[in-house]
Ligand binder design. Structure first.
Ligand code: NAD
Length: 297
């Protein structure tokens, strides 16, 4: 059992609202801090909108969902938000300038024992450690979208993080229903993306170069590893826009990836942007890869 009872989530957007509600659902007292009254109202709306997902995906009752809501408060006043915080979880936009400023302000306002964690997907914690005024109490705890369902918390400190604080965050992750994924060193992309990105890039290459079509690639991966979906089914979940933007940013200068970008662009122009739009590499709700015949000769 940790000593973390009062939690403040800074940034009540897509991930912040989920992390905050999941913590409240598991009995923590949670405050969402966001930038102004309008953003605070939007965060509150996002949290309330999680009801159907909790009921449908993990069979929560209305009473259980309401008990979680009763553990929450919302404010645009940073001093008020952090005055009793045992833990501040940062989930503000992935822009370094915003995060540097936030940590410098939090450093002045939060009690000296408050632990800070970042949900950043792409920045390792040493990027911001000096801003926090407590580098020994700062580390990353990275959640996945739909935290109640995809319940990993990747935990990564710096060489300045106090091991006791690190362990306490591992325990906190467990207390709120996550499976902690412990990293022993800083690694951009953590464990998951360090594995996943090379797989997705290899799939892009195989299709882009006309070596194999998406179904063949997915079938190979599924039969050979027993995985329930292949890389192109994963692209559909991630969304083709995101896949396009990441590939362009990371591999835009590499001619090997040009055909992939052109093919994805064509699909997007046809409105095929992935699972959310009903069609990407597969059509939904009944994608071909989910049919048992998909794996037959
Ligand atoms: P988002 O844009 O949905 O939400 C950001 C929130 O921060 C908004 O509510 C915004 O009003 C608020 N905000 C902006 N400036 C602020 C400030 N100075 N102080 C307090 N709040 C401020 O972003 P998101 O997708 O929730 O991403 C947040 C973090 O989570 C990023 O670091 C991102 O890398 C990480 N993350 C996102 C996902 C994802 O799938 N979206 C998954 C894992 C991790």
């Amino acid at each position: 059992m940790t000593n973390i009872h009062n939690v403040t989530v800074a940034g009540g957007g897509v991930l912040g609202s989920q992390i905050a509600y999941q913590s409240a659902f598991k009995g923590k007292k949670v405050t969402i801090y966001d930038i102004n009254d309008q953003a605070v109202a939007a965060a509150e709306e996002r949290v309330k909108n999680l009801r159907d997902s909790y009921k449908h995906d993990i069979n929560a009752t209305d009473e259980q969902f309401d008990a979680g809501l009763n553990n929450m408060s919302f404010t645009a006043d940073m001093a008020e938000a952090v005055k009793d915080a045992d833990l501040v979880i940062e989930a503000v936009p992935e822009k370094p300038s915003i995060k540097h400023d936030l940590y410098q302000n939090l450093a002045k306002l939060a009690p000296k024992d408050t632990i800070f964690t970042s949900n950043s997907s792409t920045y390792v914690p040493s990027t911001f450690a000096a801003d926090t005024g407590r580098p020994d109490k700062f580390l990353n705890m990275h959640f996945a979208n739909q935290v109640w369902l995809y319940n990993t918390a990747e935990i990564m400190g710096t060489d300045q993080t106090d091991p006791k604080v690190f362990d306490e965050i591992v325990d906190y992750a467990k207390e709120i229903g996550m499976v902690p994924i412990v990293l022993k060193k800083e690694q951009p992309g953590y464990v998951l993306n360090t594995l996943l990105i090379p797989l997705l890039e290899a799939a892009s290459y195989l299709w882009g170069q006309g070596i194999a079509d998406p179904e063949t690639v997915d079938k190979t991966w599924m039969i050979a590893t027993g995985a329930p979906m292949g890389p192109f089914a994963i692209f559909d979940v991630v969304g083709l826009r995101t896949a396009f933007n990441i590939t362009k940013e990371q591999r835009g200068d590499n001619p090997d990836f040009k055909p992939f970008l052109e093919k994805i662009q064509k699909m997007m122009d046809e409105g095929k942007t992935g699972k959310d739009s009903g069609e990407g590499f597969y059509t939904y709700p009944n994608p071909a890869f989910a049919d048992p015949d998909f794996l037959k000769a």
